[in-house]
Design a binder for this molecule. Structure first.
Ligand code: NDP
Length: 255
């Protein structure tokens, strides 16, 4: 991976941080892009001097442009982009959801993925190669009550993944999505603490009987950008411990 670079959004924490560590271990120079620039910089410092951290709000066009220019200046190339930045919805009944938060969820996931892909995709097209990985969710491929904005945003990410993959396949780019199940991150731990997710019930709903670790999603991303996946584009890789496969009634495991 000598000189290869990976830009990962939302990488100061959770799944993104596991990805930053995994890509750095695989030899990539990593640009950690997150809302909190100081945290992104200190995470990059943890990885070593070859890596960088920067503040970005993926919903702001000017931030995205500045990040792409920073990647040009610092690394001079963009081999991998992982669109991972995300926020949770509030798990409220449909009639209680407010449009401001609904819009923010769509903006961070859908608009953010679009704008980052457009900015970095242009550079990849100019270079004639690149791999983009978008992060979906099981909430985007199945009906989950109280998850309107989040589910719609994640479904949109899958659709956008397919469209970009087809559009850019002839230009050397591959675009794929990962569909994680429940992953043990701060985001999910907060939902459990707030009583919005019942952890015991959830574990019994998963055939493998436990939540994913962030590193499980990082491993899938590393596979999708690798040479082993060179004929794979426009696909979704589900990493959910069997959650989506289960169609029987009752528990899927003893948890
Ligand atoms: P975390 O909250 O742990 O990490 C998400 C990171 O994204 C945070 O550092 C957050 O910053 C950052 N972020 C939020 N908004 C923006 C923005 N506008 N611009 C840049 N960065 C932003 O979440 P997870 O690691 O759990 O989730 C990562 C991705 O995986 C998300 O897309 C999520 O939807 C998806 N996912 C997660 C699952 C899970 O079970 N955890 C399951 C399925 C999908 P800050 O903390 O400051 O808000």
């Amino acid at each position: 991976m000598q000189d290869q670079t990976a830009i990962i959004t939302g990488a100061a924490d959770g799944i993104g941080w596991a990805m930053a560590q995994g890509f750095a271990e695989a030899g990539y120079r990593v640009l950690i892009a997150d809302l909190d620039g100081d945290k992104a910089a200190s995470r990059a410092a943890e990885l070593g001097t070859a890596h960088a951290g920067a503040a970005v709000d993926v919903t702001r066009d000017s931030d995205v442009t500045a990040l792409a220019e920073l990647a040009d200046a610092r690394f001079g190339r963009c081999d991998v982009l992982v669109n991972n930045a995300g926020i949770a919805d509030r798990h409220l009944p449909t009639l209680e959801q407010d449009m401001e938060h609904f819009g923010r969820v769509l903006d961070v996931h859908l608009k953010g993925t679009f704008m980052m892909s457009r900015a970095i995709g242009a550079r990849m097209i100019a270079a004639g190669s690149g791999a983009i990985v978008n992060i979906g969710s099981i909430a985007g491929v199945s009906g989950m009550p109280r998850r309107n904005a989040y589910g719609a945003a994640k479904a949109g990410i899958v659709s956008m993944t397919r469209a970009m993959a087809c559009e850019w396949a002839g230009q050397g780019l591959r675009v794929n999505a990962i569909i994680p199940g429940y992953v043990e991150t701060a985001l999910v731990r907060a939902l459990i603490a707030e009583g919005k997710i019942d952890a015991d019930r959830l574990r019994r709903r998963i055939p493998m009987g436990h939540l994913a670790q962030p590193g499980d999603i990082a491993a899938a991303a590393l596979f999708l950008v690798s040479g082993q996946a060179r004929y794979i584009t426009g696909t979704t890789l589900t990493v959910d411990g069997g959650w989506s496969a289960f169609g029987d009634s009752g528990d899927a495991s003893s948890g």
